[in-house]
Design a protein around this ligand. Sequence first.
Ligand SMILES: O=C(O)c1cc(=O)[nH]c(=O)n1[C@@H]1O[C@H](COP(=O)(O)O)[C@@H](O)[C@H]1O
Length: 298
Amino acid sequence: MSPTVPPGGVPGRRPDFADVEPFGMRLSAAVAARGPLCVGLDPHRSLLIDWGVGDDLDGLRRFTDAVVEALAGSVAVLKPQMAFYERFGSRGLAVLEEAVAACRAAGALVLLDAKRGDIGSTMEAYADYLRSDHPLQVDAMTVSPYLGPESLAPAVRTAERSGGGLFVLARTSNPDAATFQHATVGDRSVAQAVVDTVCGWNTRHPEDVVVGFGPSLGSFGLVVGATLPELDVDLDSLGGPVLAPGLGAQGGSVADLRRLFGRARAVVPTVSRDVLSAGPDAGALRAAADRWADALAA
Ligand SMILES: O=C(O)c1cc(=O)[nH]c(=O)n1[C@@H]1O[C@H](COP(=O)(O)O)[C@@H](O)[C@H]1O
């Protein structure tokens, strides 16, 4: 499914990283093959109970296996929410480790929803999730910029070396997000400062900015909720993907995606509860994901 790296390496990449296929390129290939939908692996306590598998380690494993088996062969991206695995301690993380490997083996990209952010020296360790020698290696992870954009620089370096991606929280989907994200620094909002920082990671040349999916899409993305009343950040120079959560359970719809982002941008809409609540039957899970995929394609 992934395109092979051209002889001489990927254009624009440092020669010492030439054998690594960047996340933006791999994401674009996955979307071309499977469509843009991302499904969240969020084993909420209430879902484990509703599924009848039990709110315990065995229930967590059965839930996870069922979702992976139903969807890892067909959706472009699966996004495990780490909080629900951490609830069960090291044994929960072992379930996640196996699931991540199974998803990747079935051709889905894995975006770890970890929302990490810390001082640079610690951030370097968090970014190890992107390295090939990590037991829980993933294709991309969510990160928080609120210790300052430079705190994420070590994660950017690791992503570049490992062909991984980052999705940085910019305009989140929760109702009170604007309290901090609309605060101003100088002449722009905090959210816009985050956007501008990530734009700079993707390209230094504004004329080279890529808008939609394609082999030159950058590996550094933003999280922008599908629940926003209006798009209040300027994404024109982003050059990377947008992860759009907030669909279904939080009230966002495909019409909201079109209203906020149009059709041209590289948007990865992500849905968790609205798909997961269809389980545990594999066919029902697939049908729920297909409904979103069809609506997105319409
Ligand atoms: O980074 C995220 O994925 C995220 C960012 C955001 O702004 N809002 C948001 O809901 N999310 C995550 O996306 C998922 C949304 O789940 P549902 O509301 O069930 O579709 C959860 O795992 C959230 O943690």
